[in-house]
Every structure is written in structure tokens, then in C-alpha cells.
Design a protein around this ligand. Structure first.
Ligand code: ASP
Ligand code: MG
Length: 403
């Protein structure tokens, strides 16, 4: 098998851990696999480099930041390669450039445009273990670029796609994806398999494990992703196409998003174009709108409620402000003490009653549902934040996810 193994910052957090990674890579290699390793910087290293730059400037040039930040990953790649060589393996460390990772020119948040994998392929052909510095590439002017914070997951997935690897393993300090947050429900079970789409919907459960961008890329490139821990031999969670999941569970997991705020617009002029004006203005202000509810108009005005991430609330308020001034809206109110619970599962596509069960679970627990939205594989409810944990636990039980 050709396996891409990516080790995050905590997995390479100190020299002993780098040795531990070398041992693990060595075992996979000895088992007969071809291995490409992608590494992050040692944990805390990228932040430290950022703070060094901030010592000199509030607004350091992005190109220089990329020169600086890309160095963290080069340190771990070369150290790991040295450790592997010392164990008798033929290993070679590569920068993003040497690995053929070509990006656009957006320093500090570049997008991968293509991968020219021949240097990696030639090394693999010679039986070498290839160790790539994650998080970085090169633009067409030859300058080093970085892919945005947490970007080495993206490097790993893109490399796995370009090499048509059988597997891309993402090693972190978390053992996989769980049916819900184990800190809320200790009975949460680790999932063996989950589809890309479910993983994207369950983002809050995977947030510590995987960037959403990486899951999207894996889906696009058909990369089989496994998330697992580097601290034990425990099996992780496979994230794959729906077709690879034989027994489709009705519900795979319960996600909780506490970072939502609700905005209520009262007395909105009921005329064609008003929703378009409001939501385009919000989009222009880069406010990420999630759920939207508009009520039936009475007396030529209507009410519109929507949710945004708490971090976008400030910008959203200024947009709403301008519509209050123009008289298109009578009044507004805001509520940050809400959260969104979502029930996610591909099996819902072919089964009725999943949403009804979620609502009756809220009813039995006397939890009022403020807003509802559904998709093919998800039922989301906005409720008061004080009920967040109760809702998660009772839904987890109602769908028998602890079994
Ligand atoms: N070292 C980079 C960061 O901390 C990239 C990564 O770890 O994925 O953002
Ligand atoms: Mg990371």
C-alpha cells in the first residue's frame, strides 16, 4: 500500500515524540508499505514565530511571514528524516517546493493549484521514505507560500490525491471521530466509518481533529482519510465515500455548536427585494448566515430571524443598523444565549421519522425549539444554550448511539 501519514504539532511536540513518530513510520515501512510522511511544526512553534514577527511589526509583510512560518515544518521534516536514517531507513526530507506543491500567490493563505509529484515518485521508486514539510508550497514566482493555519492537513490530503495513495492517515492526540463530544456524553462511541458529507456536517465534533477544508478536498479527490492517535495503536475513524459504507446508520452523530447568535428583525417592510437587500448586505460584510426564518406578513410587515456565528455578530449589527435607519426595519433584537444541536446521518435519506424523533425528544425534556432547519442528512435545532448538554445527551440516547 501507498500511505500518506500526517503528524500534527502535538505528535511531533518534542524530540522524544519525533522519535516515537519515526518508530511508527519505520513499522509501516517494514510492513511493506510505501510511505510519504507530512509533518506540522512542533506544537506552539508557529505561534512563537508569529509572536517574534509581532515584536517588530504590527503588520508584517505576508511574504516575509511565509518565509518565517514555513521554517517550523522544515525543522520537523528534517529531524524526522534524520531519525529515520539513523534507524537504517533511506529517508529524504523535502520542502513543499521540492515536493512539487504549487500554489496561487496569496501569501499566508495560499490555495494549492497543482502538485507535480515526480520528485516524490522518484524517491518512492528508490525505496525511500519521503518526509514532506506540511503547510507550504511555492508560487509561480518561486516564493514560498503557506496554506493558512492548520494547513498541513491540506498538504497531506492533496499529496495523497496526487499520488493516488491508498490511504491518508491523520495522526493527532485524539483517537478518532465520536458520536458526540465525549466531554458532554461520556458514553459517546468512536465511529468506525463515516462519509465525507456527514463529517462536514459534524464539523464541530471533528474541529480539533480535521480542518473542514481538508475534508472537502478529500471528498473531491476521493482520498480515504483516517484520523487516529499517534499515542497508541488504537484504530481510528475512516472518512470515506458513502458507497464504502455498507451498513448505513440512521444517525451517525450529534453535533453541538455553541457559537451561534440569533438576530430577530421585527417589522420588516414586506416588498419584493427586501430579503435580497438585507442578505446581500450581510454577505458583502462577510457575515456567515446560517439558518433563516421568515414569517407570513401581517399588515404589510414581516419578521425575519436568522443566526450567525458569534464572531460575526458585531458586523451583522452594523448592517442591520443601516436598514433601521432607512426605515425598512422597525426594530431588532439579539440573543447570544442560544446554541444549535444537529442530528446527522446518511441513513436519514431513506428513512422517515428521524426529525419527528428529534422533536419529541426535545418535548419530553421540556426544551423549546426556537428554529429548525433540515437537509438530506441533517436536522438542526436552535435552542436556549442552557439546555445544550441535556439536548445532546438525550438525543444521543434517543438514537441509541451508545449501543
Ligand atoms: N504549523 C501550522 C499551524 O500551526 C500548520 C499546521 O500545523 O497544520 O497552523
Ligand atoms: Mg494542526
Amino acid at each position: 500500500m501507498l500511505i500518506v501519514q500526517k503528524f500534527g504539532g502535538t505528535s511531533v511536540g518534542d524530540l522524544e515524540r519525533i522519535q516515537n513518530v519515526a518508530n511508527r513510520v519505520s513499522e509501516s515501512k517494514k510492513a511493506g508499505n510505501d510511505i510519504v510522511v507530512v509533518v506540522s511544526a512542533m506544537s506552539g512553534e508557529t505561534n512563537k514565530l508569529v509572536s517574534y514577527a509581532e515584536h517588530f511589526s504590527k503588520n508584517p509583510s505576508r511574504a516575509e511571514m511565509d518565509m518565517l512560518l514555513s521554517s517550523g515544518e522544515r525543522v520537523t521534516a528534517s529531524l524526522l528524516s534524520i531519525a529515520l536514517q539513523e534507524m537504517g531507513h533511506d529517508a529524504v526530507a523535502m520542502t513543499g517546493r521540492k515536493a512539487g506543491i504549487v500554489t496561487d500567490k496569496h501569501h499566508t493563505k495560499a490555495r494549492i493549484e497543482e502538485i507535480n509529484p515526480h520528485n516524490m515518485q522518484n524517491a518512492l521508486k528508490k525505496g525511500k521514505v519521503v518526509v514532506v514539510a506540511g503547510f507550504q508550497g511555492v508560487n509561480d514566482a518561486g516564493d514560498v507560500t503557506t496554506l493558512g493555519r492548520g494547513g498541513s492537513d491540506l498538504s497531506a490530503v492533496a499529496i495523497a490525491g496526487a499520488l493516488k495513495a491508498d490511504l491518508c492517515e491523520i495522526y493527532t492526540d485524539v483517537s478518532g471521530i465520536f458520536t458526540t463530544d465525549p466531554r458532554i456524553e461520556p458514553k459517546a462511541k468512536k465511529l468506525e466509518r463515516i462519509s465525507y458529507d456527514e463529517m462536514l456536517e459534524l464539523a464541530s465534533l471533528g474541529a480539533k481533529v480535521l480542518q473542514n477544508r481538508s475534508v472537502e478536498l478529500a471528498k473531491k479527490l476521493h482520498v480515504n482519510l483516517v484520523t487516529r492517535t499517534s499515542f497508541s495503536n488504537e484504530e481510528g475513524t475512516l472518512i470515506t465515500t458513502e458507497g464504502n459504507i455498507m451498513e448505513k446508520p440512521l444517525v451517525s452523530g450529534i453535533a453541538l455548536d455553541r457559537n451561534q447568535a440569533r438576530i430577530s428583525l421585527v417589522g420588516v417592510k414586506d416588498r419584493p427585494g427586501i430579503a435580497s437587500e438585507i442578505f446581500n448586505a450581510l454577505a458583502d460584510a462577510e457575515v456567515n448566515v446560517d439558518m433563516i426564518i421568515q414569517n407570513k406578513a401581517i399588515d404589510e410587515t414581516t419578521n425575519i430571524d436568522f443566526t450567525v456565528p458569534v464572531s460575526d455578530l458585531h458586523d451583522a449589527k452594523s448592517v442591520v443598523e443601516s436598514f433601521l435607519k432607512s426605515g425598512d426595519i422597525n426594530s431588532d433584537s439579539y440573543n447570544e444565549d442560544i446554541c444549535k444541536v444537529s442530528v446527522v446521518g446518511v441513513g436519514m435519506k431513506s428513512h422517515a421519522g428521524v426529525a419527528a424523533k428529534a422533536f419529541s425528544t426535545m418535548a419530553t425534556n421540556n426544551i423549546n425549539i426556537n428554529m429548525i432547519s433540515t437537509s438530506e442528512i441533517k436536522v438542526s435545532m436552535v435552542i436556549d444554550e442552557k439546555y445544550a448538554e441535556l439536548a445532546v445527551r438525550s438525543l444521543h440516547e434517543a438514537y441509541e448511539l451508545d449501543k
